[in-house]
Design a protein around this ligand. Structure first.
Ligand SMILES: Nc1ncnc2c1ncn2[C@@H]1O[C@H](COP(=O)(O)OP(=O)(O)OP(=O)(O)O)[C@@H](O)[C@H]1O
Length: 276
């Protein structure tokens, strides 16, 4: 792996004064309903700076809804999200992105006709200082900024070992590589909090091992805090520091992987034992 990239150069944008181990994001009594469907009911948990936090649970448990609340896609009817000490109720996804929250999606959401390089470049949009008018008038600064963005993107491409596909339209890439490009695009935003929705879904064992390694490297080398939804329990137990478990929209477990895996409510939920 190319280790010429200095991770400190890649994660400078969101220096936030939150120390490693302190609470970066807190969800408090969050409830989300879609008409009569209760997707999330009074869920509270936190994400600490520097950790890998897994969100697990059976199908329909409310995991993706929770991620969508965190990145501002849904506004909960009740409860609050506090990010870097600032409480918010309603927020647009673009605001969340500007504040340092980036995400990948369960179904890959890349521009299939665009190259790997250009897709990852789109991840820089929220960091762009000059708008198109400034670019038209002040060619010098805008050009310098463009070169800086390109430089950062090339560093990410090296880091993720995808130099060989930088000019390939992503629609032509195998699934595992598309997932890696999507990770690259999220990283290009230099997030303080990276949300990954089922990063290993549909992957074979080797691809899962590669993705696990990249997630661990992003966390340890860039210091990026990561929250991920994952169904593969082996992966969750291997890479996460703490796990929050949802079932029918409620939190039924929260703690280190070995503790959560012994929690009877969690075992029952996965075995499909009926609940009251
Ligand atoms: N946009 C929506 N409109 C109506 N109901 C929704 C919507 N999104 C989610 N739901 C419902 O909310 C509940 C939680 O769904 P969610 O997708 O968050 O679960 P999940 O744990 O991510 O499931 P999976 O593991 O299958 O992806 C489900 O009952 C789902 O049908």
């Amino acid at each position: 792996m190319n280790r010429a990239v200095d991770p400190r150069d890649l994660n400078v944008h969101h220096a936030d004064g939150v120390a490693k181990g302190d609470v970066l994001l807190e969800a408090k009594d969050v409830s989300l309903r879609f008409g009569g469907v209760k997707a999330i009911t009074k869920i509270s948990f936190d994400i600490r700076k520097g950790e890998i936090r897994a969100i697990i649970g059976p199908n329909g448990a409310g995991k993706t809804s929770m991620l969508n609340v965190i990145n501002g896609f849904y506004t909960p009817q009740e409860g609050t999200i506090t990010f870097r000490g600032v409480e918010r109720r309603a927020m647009r996804t673009t605001d969340a992105a500007r504040q340092g929250i980036a995400r990948t999606f369960q179904n890959i959401a890349l521009f299939k006709g665009m190259t790997t390089l250009d897709n990852i470049m789109t991840g820089r949009i929220t960091l762009q200082k000059s708008n198109i008018f400034a670019q038209a008038i002040w060619r010098g600064p805008a050009l310098r900024e463009e070169l800086e963005h390109r430089h950062r993107v090339e560093e990410i491409i090296d880091f993720l070992e995808i130099q060989h596909i930088r000019k390939v339209p992503v629609g032509r890439l195998p699934y595992g590589l598309q997932k890696r490009v999507e990770l690259g695009r999220a990283l290009a935003a230099e997030p303080a909090l990276l949300l990954l929705d089922e990063p290993m879904a549909g992957m074979n064992l080797e691809e899962k091992e590669d993705m696990s390694r990249f997630i661990l490297d992003v966390n340890s080398q860039f210091g990026t805090t990561i929250a991920l939804i994952e169904h593969d329990m082996g992966v969750v137990m291997d890479i996460s520091d703490r796990v929050v478990v949802l079932d029918y929209g409620r939190k039924i477990g929260d703690g280190p992987p070995d503790e959560v895996s012994k929690n009877q409510n969690v075992i029952d939920a996965y075995l499909g034992v009926p609940h009251e």
